[in-house]
Ligand binder design. Sequence first.
Ligand SMILES: C[S@@+](CC[C@H](N)C(=O)[O-])C[C@H]1O[C@@H](n2cnc3c(N)ncnc32)[C@H](O)[C@@H]1O
Length: 274
Amino acid sequence: MRGRPPPPGTGCPAPGAAGYGPRVPEETLAAAVAAHPGWYHTIELPEGVTTPGFCDLRPFAGTALPASFGGKRVLDVGTFDGFWAFEAEKRGAATVFALDLEKGTDADWPPNTAAENLAASEAQGLEWGSGFALAHRALGSGVQRVEGNVYDLTPDWLGGRVDTIVCSTVLQHLRDPIGALERIRETLLPGGELLLLDTYSVAMTRLHPRRPIADFRPAMPGSKFTWWVPNLAALRGWATTAGFRGPGEELTRHKPLRGAGAGDHLVSLRFLAP
Ligand SMILES: C[S@@+](CC[C@H](N)C(=O)[O-])C[C@H]1O[C@@H](n2cnc3c(N)ncnc32)[C@H](O)[C@@H]1O
């Protein structure tokens, strides 16, 4: 399903402004974090509080991103609890936008698992963006949240094009990853950089180092949210097909994330927009 473009002004308010409320008092932060129904990211907050997200990207972050985003306008696509957006802010970005769907149920679920995914989502009762909002307040962050679907992304949503876009483990959940990459390319300034962090199949990369191939996961038992897991040649091919300059600099590789398919590892690739 594709969401609607966000109305103007859906950005996250500045710390302390109406919308996300005042910064979380320290004595209640641990309790608020513990009460949240579904952390995705492990994020270090003040006062020694760490969110218990099952996705701990901290060991990958050191090499997956450049050390500095000094003065740049950065967009994080598919931010979830905001780990990469807050990392960009820590690394000196002048402005950071964090894009995500308004509701988790707007995701591009494969039709054969959509009913099951909807039931699980309703049972969990997670309000989309609530983990981001809590972490944002705790950090006193200035990251601006934008709600909408990457398929509809335009520079207008961000008040103009940006220098850098981080897109991490989103493409594998899209029916049309190349359509999303086109929107991303058109949202970058000429020469702007895409940091494409995604899973790839180690086995298919070994077997086919040059031939671009992707695993079609909806037809595989047990796969619920994933459309495509490419080998490295296909992941690079998606970006160049969408108009990025190839072949894409490899910044780092990483072991599988918890919950990832067997043999799916992470890679960080850097592409430039023409
Ligand atoms: C697997 S999580 C990845 C979160 C984070 N980027 C990371 O690397 O850990 C996928 C995220 O992408 C978001 N997402 C999925 N489809 C999207 C779409 N079409 N447009 C915008 N965001 C989307 C989901 O809501 C979710 O927050």
